[in-house]
Design a protein around this ligand. Structure first.
Ligand SMILES: C[S@@+](CC[C@H](N)C(=O)[O-])C[C@H]1O[C@@H](n2cnc3c(N)ncnc32)[C@H](O)[C@@H]1O
Length: 281
């Protein structure tokens, strides 16, 4: 398996980054981006295309990593301005004119005024934010979102459905390790409640995308298998109660089982609009 990120894209500046992550991790994030966009048939679900096209809209990506999402958005909707925030400096060195990156830790609060952005996006932080940190992060994003602006979140549920015995063992080991670090593999199940509890968001929508894993699910299934394979490979590395020499065997068996059992997992997108003061009165 392997997705070829073309040398053309490697020259665009998306890849001109300072390396603090290793290359493999950056490539994994890039592959993840393209896979997610294909799976959802677009980079976002919020109804904000008109706002982005109108000119002067501001977009923020939290935990933006290598900036792939933002740079692509900047090309697709060039009339808007984009800001990426990440606690690590892995942004590209060469940026489109309408993109800025800021190194900042969301858990310390973000250096933006109230009501600053038309669209705020966060995704793929399920292995970065502790269960008890999400509510604070959502409150902070809501604070800096403009009235009528949209907040959108996208994460996988770290679970497999229709799974064989080896897949069960792998998923269980990864979930146990995640929970020991206060991460919640099922954090997506709380997104709705988190958004409601801000009392500042309305039109809350929750979308679930079922992602097949394996050749039985055609092209998307192959990408889904590769996505989960990479997550498993990365996180199994840290699991102590499975011997390292067992990992390769387990991963190979996972690839066989998903074809036999028609295994799938789920992505969730949750998005909502910030209430205007007049809406509350
Ligand atoms: C798996 S990567 C996802 C990157 C990007 N969202 C994407 O979809 O390609 C998670 C990113 O979140 C960043 N991150 C984790 N915790 C953070 C925090 N507290 N504040 C800001 N960034 C954070 C990490 O440095 C990493 O770049």
């Amino acid at each position: 398996m392997g997705v070829n990120i073309s040398s053309e894209r490697r020259r665009t500046g998306y890849y001109g980054r300072r390396i603090l992550f290793d290359d493999q991790e950056i490539d994994r994030i890039q592959v993840q981006h393209h896979f997610a966009r294909e799976a959802w048939n677009g980079n976002f679900s919020s109804p904000i295309k008109d706002v982005l096209n109108a000119g002067g809209a501001t977009v923020l990506d939290i935990g933006c990593g290598a900036g792939t999402f933002l740079c692509e958005m900047a090309a697709d909707y060039p009339n808007a301005r984009y800001v990426g925030v990440d606690k690590l400096q892995i942004f590209p060195n060469t940026l489109p004119k309408n993109v800025t990156f800021i190194q900042s830790d969301i858990l310390r609060g973000l250096p933006f005024d109230n009501d600053s952005f038309d669209f705020i996006y966060i995704r793929f932080l399920v292995f970065d934010l502790a269960d008890y940190e999400w509510r604070m992060v959502i409150d902070e994003m809501t604070r800096i979102l403009k009235p009528n602006g949209y907040l959108e979140m996208m994460e996988p549920r770290i679970e497999m459905n229709n799974k064989g015995p080896i897949t069960e063992k792998i998923v269980n080991a990864i979930q146990v390790r995640a929970r020991s670090r206060h991460l919640n593999p099922y954090i997506v199940d709380k997104f709705n409640e988190f958004m409601h509890s801000t009392n500042k968001l309305k039109n809350i929508k929750y979308e679930v995308k079922r992602i097949p894993c394996g050749k039985w699910g055609d092209k998307q299934g192959e990408l889904g298998a590769m996505y989960m394979y990479e997550i498993f490979k990365k996180h199994l590395h840290y699991v102590n109660n499975i011997q390292p020499n067992e990992h390769d065997n387990n991963l190979n068996n996972f690839l066989k089982e998903i074809e036999q059992f028609h295994t799938y997992f789920e992505f969730v997108r949750c998005f909502a609009q910030k209430i205007k003061k007049v809406d509350v009165d």
